[in-house]
Design a protein around this ligand. Structure first.
Ligand SMILES: Nc1ncnc2c1ncn2[C@@H]1O[C@H](COP(=O)(O)OP(=O)(O)O)[C@@H](O)[C@H]1O
Ligand SMILES: [Mg+2]
Length: 309
């Protein structure tokens, strides 16, 4: 899987400068079957990156723009009359990589339809169930600045995302490198050159391999202690859930394999702790006023738990 990781970075690097952690997160999620939340201001290549990763992984791609007037059926599909028969017309959710753009601009009912698809791998329309393709990877985006007229995802729904990645601005060199890239007018000229370096079937095989990654009992204990510690920090109102522990273990296994190892190290756990835990931690309002963030809470938990050696 290390070879795959290098190839994915090379392919996606044809159109996107930098963004290494985001690419790793999407690959890890595709391998273990998780979903990713990208938070970042507009114009930081979130859409482009999702499209390029879908191409590199050989997955079908669809984008759904979440708007205030979007209905659940705009996402899942509807029953329509065709030649006198009621037939199911699948919505954009029937794809392998779904870019759910600006997920916090749609009301809770439509958000819930997406989150149900994410956790069930299927959707129900008019009492019949339709299986989604496999793998099914949701990449949801959220703008950190815009709060007006938005519907923030409740904690219970955020918990279903494997990781939350903060997509920032490129540094000065990256901005220049980006400006040197070939363009067709304003659009990147090279997206069609991003080739598939794996396939849906191979990713599902890798999921089995990743699941079988060895984790020593001391490392599992370390992971559990870090997650549990987030629940007892004085500045934290709601710590990470047991689901967070499961997700952190899965992410650590994926990153171990992507680094060419068949066992998880404490460092894998520490590396994945921030992206896997940050969106599940609710900081107390008084601590928030003092600019204490969920990332600070993860840092505090990591600092408090002794690393096994
Ligand atoms: N890191 C980057 N590498 C290459 N191109 C970039 C990068 N950041 C922004 N761009 C350019 O800006 C455009 C806007 O990106 P887009 O994916 O639509 O952003 P977002 O979805 O975050 O609003 C891209 O199509 C690309 O031309
Ligand atoms: Mg976009």
């Amino acid at each position: 899987m290390k070879e795959l990781r290098d190839k994915v970075h090379a392919e996606v690097g044809k159109v996107v400068v930098g963004q290494t952690p985001t690419i790793d997160a999407l690959l890890a999620a595709a391998i273990i079957g998780g979903h990713v939340l990208l938070e970042g201001v507009p114009g930081t290549a979130k859409t482009l990156l999702a499209q390029a990763v879908a191409r590199a992984l050989g997955l079908s791609f669809a984008r759904a723009q979440f708007t205030p007037d979007m209905l659940p059926s705009d996402l899942t599909g509807t029953m329509t009359l065709r030649g006198g028969d009621l037939v199911f017309r699948p919505g954009p959710v029937f794809t392998q990589l779904l870019l759910a753009d600006e997920i916090n601009r749609t009301p809770p009912k439509t958000q819930a339809a997406l989150l149900e698809a994410m956790s069930e791998g299927q959707v129900s329309v008019d009492r019949s169930t339709h299986l989604l393709p496999r793998p099914f990877l949701v990449v949801a985006t959220q703008n950190p600045i815009e709060y007006e007229g938005t519907y923030p995802l409740p904690e219970a729904q955020l918990d279903r995302f494997l990781m939350k990645i903060e997509v920032g601005y490129p540094n000065a060199d990256q901005e220049l490198a980006m400006l040197r890239m070939a363009r067709d007018g304003l659009a990147p000229a090279t997206l069609s050159e991003v080739g598939a370096v794996t396939s849906a079937d191979r990713l599902l095989e890798m999921r089995q391999v990743a699941s079988a990654t060895e984790v020593a009992p001391e490392v599992v204990a370390y992971l559990a202690a870090v997650v549990r510690h987030t629940r007892s920090l004085p500045s934290v109102e709601l710590g990470a859930s047991p689901r967070a522990s499961v997700h952190l273990l899965g992410a650590a296994k994926a990153i171990a394999r992507m680094s060419g190892r068949d066992f998880v190290t404490p460092d894998d756990v520490a590396r994945m702790a921030t992206p896997v835990l940050r969106h599940r931690i609710l900081v107390r309002p008084e601590a928030e006023l003092e600019r204490y963030s969920p990332d600070d809470a993860v840092k505090a938990a990591l600092a408090a738990v002794p690393v096994p050696r």
